[in-house]
Design a protein around this ligand. Sequence first.
Ligand code: NAP
Length: 516
Amino acid sequence: MITLESYVQGAWRAGDGEGRSLFNPTTEEPLATCSTAGIDFGAVLDHARDTGGPALRERGFARRGELLQALSSAIHDYRHELLDLSVKNGGNTRGDAKFDVDGATGTLAAYAYFAKEVGDCDAFLPDGEGVKLGRTARFWGQHILVPKRGAAIHVNAFNFPAWNMAEKMACALLAGVPVIEKPGTPSAMVAWRMAQVIVESELLPEGAFQFLCGSAGDLLERMGPQDTLAFTGSSKTGALLRGNPNLVRHNVHVNVEADSLNPAILGPDVDSEADAYDLFVANVTLDMTQKAGQKCTAVRRILVPAERCEDVVRDLVESLGRVQVGDPAESGTRMGPVASQSQFDDVRDGIAALAAEADVACGGADPIRDKGFFIEPTLLVAREEARTVHEREVFGPVATVVPYSGAADEAIALANRGGGGLVASVYSNVAGWKREVVLGISPWHGRVWIGSDRVAEQALPPGMVLPASTHGGPGRAGGGEELGGIRGLSPYLQRTAVQGFQGFVGPSFGGSWSEG
Ligand code: NAP
């Protein structure tokens, strides 16, 4: 058993008391403990604001971009060790572990690249073109984006310990704002090791990076108006944090990335001969089983024209049956356990709740091994009037087929019943039908992914979050937005309208770079 320490105020620090235990979800063996008890969170925030912030801002956007590239390379050097930890503490297969760890280094590198877009801006980014405000161009306006003077507090989910930390960190650091990173505790070993690598690399100025392993304590109570909270996790915790009276009192910017009942919609034109159909079966299978379904973007509701349901369910069951479930450390295994005892209990409860209104086509809530948190890939078929499928996220290898008529308006209405989602995937080769569905579901989904014969060979799967596209969604998905290239810096930058004499405002604050 090891003790995972936090890195605060320039030193590694073990919290007081026994703290929380972390386990190997395959064997249930305890691996580590961590605690943040006794840490002075006010001092942690001050260290970020007073030491890290000025040092980062001094470096300008281009130099901070170079730092991100160097960080990406430094972490990549420890790739194999991080992958091993991810298998051990996260129950990930090696492929799942790469998705997280390579996603982290890839996103840091992508932001180093985006930094080049903004050129050699130093203290601010011009936002769009200047505009004539008065009778003549003498009185002029220009929007600028300036780094906030606070700290970025990042509270992350257990399922992507590496990527979640890196994608948030990339945006805040590039914006010039120091970070305080807190991973989800059950799988924190990967993030903790990454934090060690970051600190040992000495790439970042003192105070730019701090790391909390364990509870966030009273950190949120001590945040102020220039700080930013970016949270990823369940909508229940997201709502709790957003409602924190101190954050409300100071109007702290809070970005919430929460859960989602992501729909996959099979168009009525896509028959089993179409390339888009093979893509659909492959993507649904991947989403349900990659990281044992513990992906915020994984498909939960599969909308299938009723007349095609029997065939589609047969093909999906066959495809899921080929996924070997077992010890993720073994090379033939395609799906490991879920990450913790509480996940295991929650997924089993969720399957039982879904099954009260649906038929189980394969899998089920019964444990499949004596030890470890293993759940079989579970496909259900909703009965008419099923409600739970549109209300409850079961965060495991579980999805439900929802039969519909094939009409665009019905597909739209069902997809939107999820109350706001991260990603919806639409499979069709008919332009008119696709266009209607895309426009009908877009207000309720942060990303719409369109599969067709034309992209079948090239499309990256819908569950993959890419740094160049925004990630987030309205309603139950949290109402937040991350990534999307330079747009991802927004939570950490203040947009200010500067107004005055054109001869001063234009040359001082204007520029050709514009967001988006
Ligand atoms: P969670 O239980 O909501 O926890 C998320 C984070 O919040 C953890 O770091 C947790 O810390 C922390 N936390 C919990 N209560 C807190 C409090 N009172 N004050 C401060 N921090 C608090 O979610 P999870 O089980 O880790 O993750 C699974 C969920 O995340 C799923 O619902 C999934 O859909 C969602 N998710 C969303 C996205 C997205 O980008 N939209 C990505 C990944 C996952 P501890 O671990 O120490 O309790």
